[in-house]
Design a protein. Structure first.
Length: 277
């Protein structure tokens, strides 16, 4: 019994010695590092003095940097938006544009953005009044305008009473399959031609079963033009009960402006040909 108690006492002494050695090792910093100075916690009465010292150091840092730092108690600055801000003006260009107020800005449509063209509402209303008064219907066939004429016509409430619909045939294959434009005609005159515009209008009138049809085909740009057929060249046709006259226009401006002007011109030609009596 005495031997067992003596052994236990020895083990306890060894454990105490090990803990003391570990504490001493933790207190000694690694080689090459200086021991961190002990920081005494400030007393309760020293808090204002410590804050004043900190504010003085911050002010000195601002003076050295040349720009004021935000107060310590200030709210964090909001994160800047990732998207550029838009001008409050409708249809204005993005602020990132080199010419924010230029009508030909490539980053955004001009302030003449469709359908806010001068006189467009009056033009559309006049077309609707004539077609309704004569109980006639209209169809469209578009290529370079991509449906802008149909979009303009359907702005009017109740347009389904006189507008049957339209075909957007951008490729030659669809011009042939949907509108019945002969491939021989396309090969001989090209997609941008008076002959193709006439065939498109007559095909839309026939396929949709309407009294009238308007067609457009052209080069809106900015590429695709040639000396014979420059950018801005647009052919139009208005197919009616008696004949299908064609019209040639050469518009100028951006792609969007050319498409807008072509849309308005085709509707004016239609109104001129509609019987008003």
């Amino acid at each position: 019994m005495k031997a067992w108690m003596a052994g236990a006492a020895v083990l306890a002494m060894l454990a105490v010695g090990t803990m003391a050695v570990q504490a001493q090792d933790e207190a000694v910093p690694p080689a090459g590092e200086a021991a961190a100075p002990a920081v005494a916690a400030p007393a309760a009465g020293d808090a204002p003095a410590a804050r004043m010292e900190l504010d003085q150091k911050v002010a000195e840092g601002e003076k050295a940097a040349g720009s004021p730092a935000p107060p310590l108690d200030a709210a964090p600055s909001p994160i800047p938006p990732s998207r550029p801000n838009l001008s409050p003006e409708p249809y204005a260009c993005l602020k990132t544009c080199h010419n924010p107020r230029e009508k030909s800005c490539p980053n955004f449509p001009s302030r003449r953005t469709w359908p806010r063209l001068p006189g467009m509402d009056t033009l559309l209303t006049s077309i609707a009044d004539v077609l309704l008064g004569r109980r006639q219907t209209l169809a469209t066939a578009e290529s370079c305008t991509g449906g802008m004429v149909g979009a303009a016509l359907t702005r009017l409430p109740g347009s389904s009473a006189w507008y049957a619909g339209g075909v957007v045939a951008y490729s030659n294959a669809l011009k042939t399959s949907l509108l019945g434009v002969p491939p021989v005609l396309l090969n001989a005159h090209g997609a941008v031609s008076a002959e193709t515009a006439r065939a498109m209008a007559e095909g839309a009138r026939r396929r949709c079963g309407t009294d009238w049809a308007v067609s457009l085909t052209g080069i809106a740009g900015p590429g695709g033009g040639s000396p014979d057929k420059p950018v801005g060249l647009v052919f139009m046709a208005v197919a009616g009960p008696a004949e299908t006259p064609t019209f040639e226009h050469r518009f100028h401006g951006s792609r969007e402006q050319i498409r807008q002007d072509a849309t308005a011109a085709s509707l004016r030609h239609l109104l001129d040909l509609l019987p008003h009596s």
